[in-house]
Design a protein around this ligand. Structure first.
Ligand SMILES: Nc1nc2c(ncn2[C@@H]2O[C@H](COP(=O)(O)OP(=O)(O)OP(=O)(O)O)[C@@H](O)[C@H]2O)c(=O)[nH]1
Ligand SMILES: [Mg+2]
Length: 661
């Protein structure tokens, strides 16, 4: 698990890019979109991007030499309708699907590229499966190399392609024949892009910043630079973000969009960010930049897993996999939960599952991910994150699956309530928002309605707890107080500290304090000094104890200040005398002078009068001998009594003498 210091994150949050200010919101909205290519090797993805943008996205020497794309390439495009598009060009080679996955995560639209001369090929299918699993909703299909085929062949391939995409989000997508050589189809392609990007619902910049890092390098004078598609939120120069999973706070020294330095970048833009506070070696592809405190890294995640329909076998309940989310690839085990755990999952099936990863993943509820087999690496399925930070659970464990299902499909209110029900202490709105993976505002609204319905309570400002848990806690405190009172009738009540530590196993200290305070203010409890008893239950110490106390007082006063020591009167009066003495202390009728001697309040009054009489008579100092003289106490009693006088402030010790206090 990544260790993140909440302190440093909190401090970093002071200047972050989360909440858009009014000015930013009022600015005319610029339409932004990220478009990814997809398709088999050599089908003309890079040539198409070059034709549309003039940018050659094959920038590595090895890519030039081999004539294939190896890693992600990026190019900007402004469409005829004015949408600012960042294109992510992916490699088609089957060995580089993991690179493809690192870039395709955040796309709004996919350009599925199929060479008209070759038609549908393996990575056409695999890339299509991937964008489907990732939940991409918009797309345009491009049949490239139009210049190489006859029209009847083109018609044949078009039919093939239609049947490939039937039943998918691309079922009704435009199919545009295109040639990167002649430029044929370019106008139609741009028009198709605009048509697909026109409906609203592209991303919003008003959410917590989230950016998957897909490249890291150093730039002379700027140090560590990362690139990535800004999934959500907006970032500005000077902002502090949190690098996850390491939890390092980093400051943005410079923000660039497609090579141009800007003050601010918005969700849906390809960005290059120069980071302050982190070395090149401390960042890698797959890391995330986030609003500090908004996400937590975890090795264990609960998910809904979907196995691809064309997977050739049943899927085993415990399998080594590669987990792809954002730009990250993490190896781990996928454990099916529930009924599928006992058998296996058939192709096309889905199951609740737990991912146990070798390194922490940074996920949010609802994130789509892709799963590839460990070896050989093939795309086998994917799914949706339900619990981004989960507890390890046994596969056979059925308990808890209900709550997982609530988190998968339940309303925000039911999900918040689920979290509250399992919380051991009151939690803040922010923490709940993080746990259910929703914005703070939406969670606050859900909480208000839960409180209105009586399902949740707010025992302290900004803190929340399930109603049942709250009443359980109050009842536990009240019952403990009642029980003590009935067991110890001669005592006013239980000491508060003793009560709290007695309930330690049953309840968190913070919850105790809140429950206690609320019981006190409701009059359910009454407190005197440190002792607490049930409210409205008048306290009448047992007569026998009072009688014994009177006997004890008489015994202590019998010989002036020469009282019998504690052992002596306990022996003389029997077991009940300790209880009687405790009552005397609580009532202020007895005073503990030291571990050996107890005096009555009356004796103490007399002592005080004698001491002040001594000083009133004009004596500046008081020695032990003087004291013995006017009290008749032997040295054995005089020393502890004088120390008591010092403690109560009647006298002040100076060397071997006392002065008036
Ligand atoms: N005749 C013709 N050739 C094309 C066309 N588009 C691409 N090519 C050629 O096809 C080859 C592969 O093109 P790329 O654009 O590199 O293919 P790609 O899909 O990017 O390949 P990978 O990135 O490696 O998956 C190159 O030699 C291109 O010149 C086209 O429309 N017509
Ligand atoms: Mg290419």
């Amino acid at each position: 698990m990544a260790s993140r210091s909440p302190k440093s994150a909190g401090a970093a949050a002071a200047r972050v890019a989360s909440a858009p200010d009014a000015a930013a919101r009022a600015a005319p909205a610029r339409r932004l979109a990220v478009v990814g290519t997809a398709g088999h090797i050599d089908h003309g993805k890079t040539a198409l991007v070059r034709r549309l943008t003039g940018v050659d996205t094959d920038r590595l020497p090895e890519e030039k030499r081999r004539g294939i794309s190896i890693d992600l390439g990026f190019a900007p495009l402004v469409t005829p309708a004015g949408v600012h598009v960042g294109i992510v060009d992916v490699p088609g080679h089957e060995r580089f699907v993991k690179n493809m996955l690192a870039g395709v995560g955040g796309v709004d639209l996919v350009l599925l590229v199929i060479a008209a001369d070759e038609g549908v090929m393996p990575q056409t299918r695999e890339h299509l499966a991937i964008v489907k699993l990732l939940g991409v909703q918009r797309g345009v299909i491009v049949l490239t190399k139009l210049d190489l085929v006859e029209s009847d062949w083109l018609a044949l391939v078009t039919r093939d392609v239609r049947s490939l995409v039937a039943g998918t989000f691309l079922a009704d997508a435009p199919i545009v024949p295109f040639s990167a050589v002649s430029g044929a189809g370019q106008g139609e392609l741009l028009a198709a892009l605009d048509a697909q990007l026109a409906p609203p619902g592209l991303r919003s910049s008003d959410e917590a910043v989230r950016l998957p890092v897909d490249r890291v390098f150093t730039v002379e004078g700027f140090g560590t630079v990362v690139t990535g598609t800004l999934w959500r939120g907006r970032v500005r120069t000077g902002d502090t973000l949190e690098l996850l999973p390491s939890g390092r706070p980093v400051r943005l020294r410079r923000v660039q969009v497609h090579g141009k330095t800007v003050d601010e970048a918005l969700a849906g833009q390809r960005t290059a960010l120069a980071l302050h506070g982190v070395e090149r070696e401390q960042v890698e592809r797959g890391d995330w930049l986030c609003l500090p405190g908004s996400l937590r890294a975890s090795r264990v995640l609960d998910v809904r897993f979907e196995l691809l329909p064309d997977y050739p076998r049943d899927w085993k309940p415990d399998t080594r996999v590669r987990f792809h989310l954002g730009a990250s690839e993490i190896i781990g085990r996928l454990l099916l939960l529930g009924s599928a755990a006992r058998s296996a999952l058939p192709p096309g099936g889905s199951s609740l599952a737990q991912l146990r990863l070798e390194r922490p993943a940074v996920a949010a509820r609802g994130d789509r991910f892709v799963v590839r087999s460990y070896s050989p690496s093939r795309t086998v399925g994917g799914g949706t994150v339900i619990e981004p930070v989960a507890e390890r659970r046994r596969r056979s464990e059925v308990a808890g699956l209900d709550s997982l299902e609530v988190h998968e499909s339940g309303s925000l209110e039911s999900r918040v309530l689920e979290k509250l029900a399992s919380a051991s202490r009151p939690v803040s709105t922010e923490q709940l928002a993080q746990e259910v993976g929703e914005g703070v505002t939406a969670v606050a609204v859900a909480l208000d309605s839960l409180v209105a319905r009586g399902s949740a309570v707010s025992p302290a400002a900004g803190r929340w707890l399930g109603d049942a848990r709250w009443h359980e806690a109050r009842d536990a405190v009240e019952n403990a107080v009642r029980e003590y009172a009935s067991q110890h009738p001669s005592r006013y009540g239980v000491m508060k500290g003793e009560l709290k530590s007695g309930l330690k196993a049953a309840m968190d200290g913070a919850l105790f304090d809140l429950a206690f305070a609320s019981l006190l203010s409701d009059g359910e409890l009454e407190q005197k000094g440190e002792r607490v008893r049930p409210g409205g239950l008048p306290w009448e110490p047992p007569e026998a104890t009072v009688a014994l106390l009177e006997k004890l007082e008489a015994m202590l006063e019998a010989e002036g200040f020469l009282v019998p020591d504690n052992d002596a009167w306990q022996k003389a009066l029997g077991a009940g005398s300790v209880e009687a003495a405790a009552l005397g202390h609580f009532l202020g009728r007895l005073v503990r002078v030291d571990s050996q001697f107890t005096y009555t309040a009356k004796q103490m009054e007399k002592l005080r009068a004698l001491v002040s009489g001594w000083f009133d008579a004009g004596n500046a100092t008081l020695t032990v001998a003087d004291f013995r003289g006017f009290t008749g106490a032997s040295r054995k009693f005089a020393v502890p009594l004088l120390e008591h006088c010092d403690r109560t402030g009647w006298t002040v010790r100076v060397g071997d003498e006392r002065r008036r206090g």
